[in-house]
Design a protein around this ligand. Structure first.
Ligand SMILES: Nc1nc2c(ncn2[C@@H]2O[C@H](COP(=O)(O)OP(=O)(O)OP(=O)(O)O)[C@@H](O)[C@H]2O)c(=O)[nH]1
Ligand SMILES: [Mg+2]
Length: 264
C-alpha cells in the first residue's frame, strides 16, 4: 500500500501558470486551453511575484474580468519559480494539476492529450518528452541541447527508468500526490524534483511527445550555470529514504492553502 492517498479518477484540472513577463503569450496559452478543454478545467491558477511586470499584471486583470472565477491569482510568498509551484500545489482544487509555463515554451495544444492520459491513468504522472521522433526542440541552443541529452542519459540510468525527458516542466499530476510530497527546491531544480520524487515513490510516469519552441516574448529567469544545480536534487533524492520524501500528516504550512487574494 502506498503512503499517500490514491487517486481513482480524473475529475478536473487545476492549470498552474507562473507569470513574470508574459502578456500575449499568457493570453494565447489560456485561450488555447479553454478552446480545447474548458469543461475539464477547474481553475487557472496564475502565480505572480514582485518581479511580475505591470504589463503582465494588467493582462491578468483583463483575463480575470473576462473569465471571472475560473481565474485565481496568487501572490507567492516563497521565492523563485520553485516557490511559485510549491504554493500552487498546496492551493490546487482539481483532482489533477497541470504544471506548465505561460511563455508558450509548453505548447498548450497538448493539454487535452495530458488530460486524456490522466483520465486513463488517474494515479500516474504524465509528462511531455521532447526527445521523441514526434517531439523536438526549436531554437534551443546547441550547447544546452548536448548538455540536456547527457543529463537525460545519466539520470535515466541512475533512476533505472526508460523516461527520455526528465527536465521538461510540462506535466499532469494527481493533486493528492503533489500535496503529499515534501518539496525542497525553490528555484528551477524544483521542476526536476517533480519527476524524481514520484519515481522514487514508485508512481508510474508516462511520457507523451511534444515540441519545445523558444519564447518570443520576455526572457527566461534561469541561467545556464544554474542548470548544474539539477545534479544536487537528482542525486540526493536517488539515495534518500522514501519516507523522507513525504510530508507529515499534519501540514506544516496550513495557512498557505488559501489563495492570497482570498486571505484576510
Ligand atoms: N510566479 C513566478 N513565475 C516565474 C518565476 N520564474 C519564472 N517564472 C515563470 O515560469 C515560466 C518558466 O520559467 P522560465 O524562466 O521561462 O524558465 P524555463 O523556460 O523553465 O527554463 P530555461 O529553458 O532554462 O530558460 C515562465 O512563464 C516564467 O515567467 C518566479 O519566480 N515566479
Ligand atoms: Mg521559459
Amino acid at each position: 500500500m502506498s503512503a499517500f492517498p490514491a487517486t481513482r479518477a480524473f475529475e478536473s484540472a487545476t492549470i498552474v501558470l507562473p507569470v513574470v513577463n508574459e502578456t500575449y503569450s499568457l493570453v494565447e496559452t489560456v485561450d488555447s486551453i479553454l478552446k480545447t478543454s474548458k469543461p475539464d478545467v477547474r481553475e487557472l491558477l496564475i502565480v505572480v511575484c514582485e518581479k511580475t511586470t505591470r504589463e503582465s499584471m494588467a493582462t491578468i486583470e483583463e483575463l480575470r474580468a473576462r473569465l471571472g472565477k475560473l481565474v485565481v491569482v496568487h501572490h507567492q510568498k516563497l521565492k523563485f519559480l520553485g516557490g511559485a509551484m510549491r504554493e500552487a500545489f498546496g492551493l490546487a482544487r482539481g483532482s489533477h494539476t497541470i504544471m506548465m509555463a505561460s511563455d508558450l515554451e509548453t505548447d498548450p495544444v497538448l493539454v487535452p492529450r495530458l488530460i486524456a492520459e490522466a483520465r486513463a491513468h488517474p494515479d500516474a504522472v504524465v509528462t511531455v518528452t521532447r526527445w521523441h521522433s514526434q517531439g523536438g526542440f526549436e531554437n534551443y541552443s546547441g550547447i544546452k541541447l548536448v548538455a540536456n541529452w547527457i543529463f537525460q542519459k545519466l539520470f535515466s540510468a541512475l533512476y533505472w527508468t526508460k523516461l527520455t525527458d526528465m527536465t521538461y516542466a510540462y506535466r499532469i499530476f494527481p493533486t493528492k500526490l503533489l500535496q503529499a510530497i515534501e518539496w525542497e527546491e525553490l528555484r528551477h531544480p524544483l521542476l526536476f524534483e517533480t519527476v524524481v520524487k514520484p519515481l522514487r515513490l514508485g508512481v508510474q510516469v508516462i511520457e507523451i511527445p511534444g515540441f519545445w519552441r523558444a519564447r518570443t516574448e520576455g526572457e527566461s529567469q534561469n541561467t545556464f550555470a544554474r542548470n548544474f544545480e539539477y545534479f544536487r536534487i537528482g542525486l540526493r533524492v536517488r539515495f534518500a529514504a522514501t519516507h523522507h520524501l513525504l510530508r507529515n500528516r499534519h501540514l506544516k504550512h496550513q495557512n498557505m492553502n488559501v489563495p492570497s487574494e482570498h486571505r484576510v
